[in-house]
Design a protein around this ligand. Structure first.
Ligand code: EPZ
Length: 420
């Protein structure tokens, strides 16, 4: 397994180009199942999770190829299966997103029950409740969820008990081809949901309510081809901005959307970072100063994103003051705290929170990644720490960050990937 060797203590300086958003690209790729016509999708990031989704779609019979201009052309005209196999689903939970489109277009979907993962049990009960409300029959056989509908999905008025990004996306895609009107209430409002809404609309779907907590969909009989460009990755952008702050440097991210990073930029400013926005460029300049401690409580969008929690934990290790960071979305997303303790950080877990007493100096150490954003936080900690940090199991980070060591090297980081 690959690992990173990082020699920290150097302020990062320079510019980083932001890639397409993983969490928008994955549902958009799944939505290709909704039509027999070819779709052309640009700005799809080169990530392991995207490769896994394309493999999964390929197992269903979808054809995908990148043309000479780098556009992903994808066609679900000739499908030969309705079954998402365990071997692929177990590696990526977002595989569940093929269920809605398969059920809506073909009346049948078989998806291996997605297991939990390091950050929590991550059930899909709300996805299934929504499909049942649309008239689907749900059975679980041999570890597979089998969803069927005899006479097609019908529109319904469905309220999510808790806000779920994937649940919102799955039901939104199913409703696009359902018979009649569907109202989805208490939906997730993440920008990636709005990107999916825009993509479906460009395929001919009739949807209103984007950016609100209620989506209304008028089902149509067929959807058609379209060309679409995936939104920039707000979490990748936020990660590099935090890395600038933690190393007391200055990074400008290019091709980002500051509107998607409201609270993240507010928290960086609260930590004493000089944040400037100019079009799609966001500059974070720590001016060589020590950051101030900032408290964080995660919440569904537009609240503070859970996917930026670990990165701000890393920032607080070096900050002036005491910080409390509370995770409210996932039940086990504080694993990185134990790894940071190995670096001599003064960090303690208190229920669903971590309490951090910032220190002027933290020493590098061998640490192990446990999930995607925890990996990023350990890289940030290593970049800001004195001495050498080795980050093991970086296959986690390759799932969600395109060429991260190259992008970091381009802003002065001493980081190399080693093959064991
Ligand atoms: C999406 O995961 C993202 N993944 C996650 O990003 C992100 O952290 C999460 O949304 C929250 O913003 C993708 O978009 C591919 P949820 P998802 O359904 O859809 C509970 C990353 O690092 N829940 O919004 O799986 C669930 O257990 C990843 O890029 C149910 O109880 O998240 C969790 O506690 C990590 N029943 C909460 O809701 C359900 O049926 C939020 O989960 C569904 C969810």
């Amino acid at each position: 397994m690959d690992y990173f060797v990082i020699r920290g203590g150097k302020p990062l300086q320079g510019r980083v180009a932001i890639s397409g958003a993983k969490n928008a690209a994955l549902p958009i790729l799944a939505a290709s199942l909704l039509t027999s016509e070819t779709l052309r999708v640009s700005n799809v990031p080169h990530l392991n999770d995207v490769t896994t989704m394309i493999e999964l779609l390929g197992a269903l019979g979808v054809e995908a190829a990148v043309d000479e201009s780098g556009v992903l052309c994808i066609s679900a005209e000739h499908l030969n299966s309705r079954r998402a196999p365990y071997e692929l689903v177990k590696t990526m939970r977002a595989s569940i997103l093929v269920m809605g489109p398969l059920l809506a277009r073909f009346g049948r979907a078989e998806v291996s029950f997605p297991g939990g993962c390091a950050i929590g049990s991550r059930p899909v009960d709300l996805h299934l409740k929504g499909f049942e409300a649309m008239g689907a029959q749900i059975d679980v056989r041999d570890g597979y969820i089998v969803a069927t509908t005899e006479d097609g999905l019908r529109g319904c008025d469905f309220t999510f008990e808790t806000v779920t990004v994937g649940g919102t996306e799955n039901l939104l895609m199913a409703a696009a081809l359902a018979d009649g009107e569907t109202i989805l209430r208490n939906v997730a409002r993440e920008p990636e949901i709005t990107d999916l809404v825009k993509f479906l609309r460009s395929m001919g779907a009739v949807i209103s309510g984007d950016d609100s907590d209620t989506l209304t969909i008028q089902g149509v009989s067929t959807l058609h081809s379209c060309q679409y460009t995936v939104m920039p990755d707000r979490i990748e952008a936020g990660t590099y901005l935090v890395a600038a702050a933690a190393t007391r440097g200055c990074i400008t991210v290019d091709g980002a959307d500051a509107e998607h990073l409201g609270l993240v930029l507010d928290k960086l400013r609260e930590a004493g970072v000089d944040v400037q926005v100019e079009g799609t460029c966001i500059k974070a300049d720590m001016r060589g100063k020590r950051p101030r401690a900032v408290n964080i409580t995660t919440a569904p969008y537009p609240g503070f994103p859970t996917d930026m929690q670990a990165q701000f934990t890393a920032l607080n290790l070096f900050a002036d003051g005491v910080a409390r960071i509370t995770e409210t979305i996932f039940e086990n997303r504080l694993i990185h705290a134990q790894e940071m303790s190995r670096m001599g950080a003064n960090i303690a877990i208190d229920g669903h929170s971590v309490i951090i007493q910032g220190q002027e100096e933290v020493r590098g150490a061998p640490v192990m990644a446990s999930d995607l954003r925890a990996s990023a936080s350990l890289v940030i900690a290593g970049l800001a720490a004195q001495g050498e940090t080795r980050v093991d199991r970086i296959y986690h980070i390759d799932r969600g960050y395109e060429r991260i060591e190259e992008k970091l090297q381009s802003v002065g980081a001493d980081i190399v990937r080693k093959m064991r």
